[in-house]
Ligand binder design. Structure first.
Ligand SMILES: CC(C)(COP(=O)(O)OP(=O)(O)OC[C@H]1O[C@@H](n2cnc3c(N)ncnc32)[C@H](O)[C@@H]1OP(=O)(O)O)[C@@H](O)C(=O)NCCC(=O)NCCS
Length: 215
């Protein structure tokens, strides 16, 4: 997709740095950043000015943006609040995305990620550095596939789920919505909604997880 007008960055934390770097690498026009933390206003992130609160976006004249915030529920909430914004899809030139894969609006795909044929990736998803999503996987909206996580063929990841760094999911398994897969876990069974699992093989350690404050 081509973007003639600058793309505003929503969020100015560590994740936003990687989103900005990805926009720059892709040759996309980077606009100002917006963040609700007043201590950041007036400063810069990677040379990009942080203009003020997210609510200022329309009055600053931006109609396109990307939500550069790692927390899955926050991306969901902001994408629903900010109606009228066109959400940019950002793919690093050193990611490999098969032409038959579908990538939704607002989704970011970082360097080294691989998305194989007929994968379906929803909106406001993060496919982080070096993560792999194999053939015919389905990743629902607001999910985050952390760096170096590997999904075998036909895996389904539910809305808002967090797949931790370096974890693996064998083929045809489902991860329920808003669940958390811990760093380094090996998922060999389906995982239900709203749980946290860790280990090899992955086992439930917490129920009613909201995939919010994943550290
Ligand atoms: C799974 C995770 C979310 C759990 O965090 P938490 O809810 O704060 O859980 P705690 O730290 O209280 O740990 C609970 C127990 O699970 C264990 N545990 C936590 N994470 C684990 C992991 N990844 N693998 C194995 N065991 C783990 C802890 O040792 C602890 O065991 P204990 O009760 O015997 O002491 C977190 O540890 C994790 O793995 N996060 C992934 C971070 C990531 O991928 N970051 C990338 C960002 S881009």
């Amino acid at each position: 997709m081509r973007y003639a007008e600058p793309i505003a960055i929503i969020g100015a934390g560590g994740h936003a740095k990687v989103v900005i770097a990805t926009l720059q690498a892709a040759g996309l026009p980077v606009g100002a950043a917006f963040d609700d933390d007043p201590s950041r206003w007036g400063s810069e992130i990677l040379g990009i000015p942080i203009r003020g609160a997210v609510s200022r976006l329309p009055e600053e004249g931006y109609s396109q943006a990307v939500i550069a915030i790692g927390d899955n529920a926050t991306r969901r909430d902001l994408s629903r609040q900010l109606t009228g914004i066109k959400w940019a899809t950002v793919i690093h030139p050193h990611a490999s995305v098969h032409p038959s894969a579908r990538i939704g609006a607002g989704t970011v795909v970082f360097a080294g990620a691989v998305i194989q044929p007929e994968a379906q990736v929803g909106e406001h998803v993060i496919i982080n550095t070096g993560a792999t999503v194999d053939h015919e996987c389905t990743i629902h909206d607001y999910a985050h596939i952390a760096p170096g996580a590997h999904l075998a063929g036909r895996v389904e990841v539910g809305e808002g789920a967090f797949i931790g760094i370096g974890s693996s999911i064998i083929q045809c398994r489902k991860v329920g919505k808003w669940s958390v897969i811990g760093a380094g876990a090996a998922v060999i069974h389906d995982i239900s909604d709203h749980v946290t699992v860790v280990g090899v093989p992955a086992r439930v350690i917490k129920q009613d997880t909201a995939a919010r404050h994943v550290r």
